[in-house]
Write a protein that binds this ligand. Sequence first.
Ligand SMILES: Cc1ncc(COP(=O)(O)O)c(C=O)c1O
Length: 366
Amino acid sequence: MRVSFENDYSEGCLPEIIESLQNTNYEQTHGYGLDDYSIKAKNKLESLLNVEPGQVDIHFTVGGTQANLIIISHFLRSFAGVISAPEGHIATHESAAIEATGHKVLTIEADSHTGKLSASELSEYLINYWNNPEPEHTALPGMIYFSNATEFGTHYTASELTKIRDVADQFELPIFMDGARLGTALMAEPDQLTIDQLVNLVDVFTIGGTKNGALFGEAIVFTNRKYNLADNFRWTLKQRGGMLAKGRLLGLQFNTLFTNNLFFEAAKHANQMADLLRNGFTKRDVKFWTETKTNQVFVVINSEQKQKLVDDFGFLSWLQLDEKQMSEFELEYSDKTYEVVRLVTSWATEKSQIAEFFAAWDKAAN
Ligand SMILES: Cc1ncc(COP(=O)(O)O)c(C=O)c1O
């Protein structure tokens, strides 16, 4: 393979992170997230969020699946479930990690192209739930989950989040926003959401390092609007294996990411490289499964074309179009099959790699 667009975690990490690990290698620090680098990273994040010291609760852990299951199981009571879009990461790609903690993932209707939860679907689901005279026979909706960016590379605007917030408040439910790819969502133009707006819009969110230039790591932020979600969180973090003895490795990485805007610049670069992919596909009249502004691009291509590229370029097959979906895209139902493939750019993607891809595309198309 010459170039991979399979993921944003195919490379190692930003050189600044290697440098910070190298420079501090012989330092001795406290363990389990109590080291000075973790404290510095938290302080920097507090100023990015425009909050007073201690106003929000910040923790670090290793991976996204782990963060999701720890946060959700920490808050939910034994009979409660978590609401998600059917395409939500916890519902589709986490080996029933949430269910293994004893909590059902309650999937509700969502747009199958954007993968986004909408305030109206959420409200309808919750009204129906509470209209049931015997709701206690089913899992209690106890939390709302969605990811931003979503699994389809789309992102939420402040106004969409405010509407979801209103429904959540009406039903007294906390919102958990999975930010494994938060950087690219925040840098997606237009309608940019700023990181400090999240303090009032959601109750807990993660900030993904793994997919945005760190070696690994997710920050967890409890905004403490209400619900006391963060109470005793370190106990759950420890119990579920999410508290690293060498927590300094997480602190150091986030401290570096939150210095000189590195976190945002890395995501901006990934989005800009995805813009080049989007422009290239648009020029060639290739259709998009959904419009995205982040580092994930979903396009509809015929399988013949795909076959000519797969040896040299990495990308994911996402779904095979059925007859109905083909007519939606005004594609003739013929001997050609069509599928949606996903291409992802990262902090490390180079312009030349995109040019190489389209040169091969054009050659294959002729
Ligand atoms: C939105 C989202 N959440 C969570 C995860 C899980 O992260 P990890 O692979 O680090 O467990 C991913 C991974 O792709 C993701 O895209």
